[in-house]
Design a protein around this ligand. Structure first.
Ligand code: NDP
Length: 448
């Protein structure tokens, strides 16, 4: 590490030693930036690193709500408004028992660079709560969402901060959150994205992150003269991102071999087909069941309790689409040993730093989430544009724009990595390109 980078990182890790995921995300970005900082002393002169690692504002609040038994429950709500240099804060809300400030700071920090890479005017933010939607009734989820919005509404707005979904927040939750915002503010604005189609949502937003990951993987594969058709693909997770990554892989002639949830993984011997995909959609989005039930239903599906997908077979492509740090060094080594060529992250920071080192050392085409999963937020940006002009684009129009954005992000990362003499290193490409735009805007806007 250079002296400047080390100084900033050491100070941060002394200040927040318990925020492990946040420090992990910062370290990865700062290490990539060393080659840029050497060339451009202005970033040190204006203390950009010291400023960019601190959120502009953090809101923490109590969320009391009544469960179905009439008992008072209390959760903690957060919104981290990290950086607004290039646009209003933008980033999802996560509802999961593991949520704490460190997790949201890591996600908000990543979001700054991801949003910058999309080319759209969006700053970085993230929020959520330690509320666990699993096993809760619709009524309880609604009560929680309303209570959460009773505080959050003061801090957000179509030109200030525009939250969206993330783990545990899908169409149902966005509906309840939007309804309560509208009631409190008495205005109908595009304050959340991922809205229903009848009330301001964009076509292709549900599909966007998953489709975008596959579009990005396609571009990486083109560079090494390979394709998705006929490839075996390991996908982790079975939520929003995994579902639509799987659909796009099927459409492009690839074979989806695995899916998972927090209990275990399934190996689908003949690959996921349309019938199984529809079963998955009903299982996860309507019945809210477990992935194990796929093995109960289909003969060629085997369930592995407590296991991740990465060691269950030979895969040319891996798409981690569940959660942070779900793919470790030993998983990465096994993937490489079994002939994996391409890893595109659907989740945020799913590969540990050790796993990333294995991919880079073995010249695997590896895309960090902030580049390959940016299709979701990009389409949220398109939803904001449609809300502003009060028009809706067709499915084809939105999908085409999404596709172009992913091609552009790929090109930007690839060219930037080459320019800074680390060809093929999408980590450096994404971090440097994402950072430069935000850092230059911060310099232009003065010390604020
Ligand atoms: P969902 O809630 O729809 O699905 C999450 C999936 O990941 C579920 O299958 C869940 O299993 C699994 N999962 C969650 N936590 C763990 C864990 N600790 N161990 C193993 N599996 C786990 O979320 P999304 O699909 O929206 O999000 C998935 C990832 O993609 C996240 O990292 C998110 O930040 C990222 N992302 C999402 C975007 C979006 O547009 N939705 C945009 C960009 C990134 P279970 O049901 O058992 O909890």
């Amino acid at each position: 590490m250079s002296v400047y980078v080390k100084e900033v990182y050491d100070k941060l890790s002394k200040k927040y030693p318990w925020e492990k995921e946040f420090l992990q995300a910062v370290k990865e970005v700062l290490e990539s930036l060393e080659i840029l900082l050497e060339k451009e002393p202005k970033y040190q002169k204006y203390a950009i690193l010291e400023r960019i690692v601190e959120p502009e504002r953090t809101i923490i609040f109590r969320v009391p709500w009544l469960d179905d038994n009439g008992k008072v429950q209390v959760n903690i709500g957060y919104r981290v408004e990290f950086n607004s240099a290039i646009g209003p804060y933008k980033g999802g809300l996560r509802l999961h028992p593991t949520v704490n400030l460190g997790i949201l700071k890591f996600l908000g920090f990543e979001q700054i660079f991801k949003n910058s890479l999309t080319g759209l005017p969006m700053g970085g933010g993230k929020g959520g709560s330690d509320f666990d939607p699993k096993g809760k009734s619709d009524n309880e989820v609604m009560k929680f969402c309303q209570a959460f919005m009773n505080e959050l509404f003061r801090h957000i707005g179509a030109d200030t901060d525009v939250p969206a979904g993330d783990i545990g927040v899908g169409a149902r939750e966005i509906g309840y959150l939007f309804g309560q915002y509208k009631k409190l503010k008495n205005e109908f604005t595009g304050v959340l994205t991922g809205k229903g189609l009848n009330w301001g949502g964009s076509l292709v937003r549900p599909e966007a992150t998953g489709f975008g990951v596959v579009y990005f993987a396609e571009e990486m594969l083109k560079i090494i003269k390979k394709g998705i058709e006929g490839s075996r693909v390991a996908i982790s997770g079975s939520g929003n991102v995994a579902q639509y990554a799987a659909q796009k892989i099927i459409n492009l002639g690839g074979k989806v071999m695995t899916l998972s949830d927090s209990n275990g993984s399934v190996l689908i011997k003949n690959g996921l087909d349309q019938e199984k995909w529809e079963f998955l959609m009903d299982l996860k989005n309507v019945k809210r069941g477990r992935i194990k039930e796929m093995a109960d239903k289909f003969k060629d599906v085997e369930y592995y309790e407590g296991q991740k997908p990465w060691k269950l077979g030979k895969f040319e492509i891996a798409l981690p689409c569940a959660t942070q740090n779900e793919l470790d060094e030993s998983d990465a080594k096994e993937l490489v040993k079994n002939g994996c060529l391409c890893v595109a992250e659907g989740a945020n920071m799913p590969s540990t730093p050790e796993a990333v080192n294995v991919f880079l050392a073995n010249k695997i085409s590896y895309a960090p989430g902030k580049a390959s999963n940016a299709g979701g937020v990009a389409t949220s940006g398109l939803e904001m544009s449609q809300n502003s002009i009060r028009l809706s684009w067709t499915r084809e129009e939105v999908d085409q724009k999404l596709h172009n954005i992913m091609i552009n992000i790929h090109r930007t990362c690839y060219e930037t990595a080459k320019e800074y003499k680390t060809p093929g290193n999408y980590v450096n490409g994404a971090n440097i390109a994402g950072f430069k735009k935000v850092a230059d805007a911060m310099i232009d806007q003065g010390i604020i």
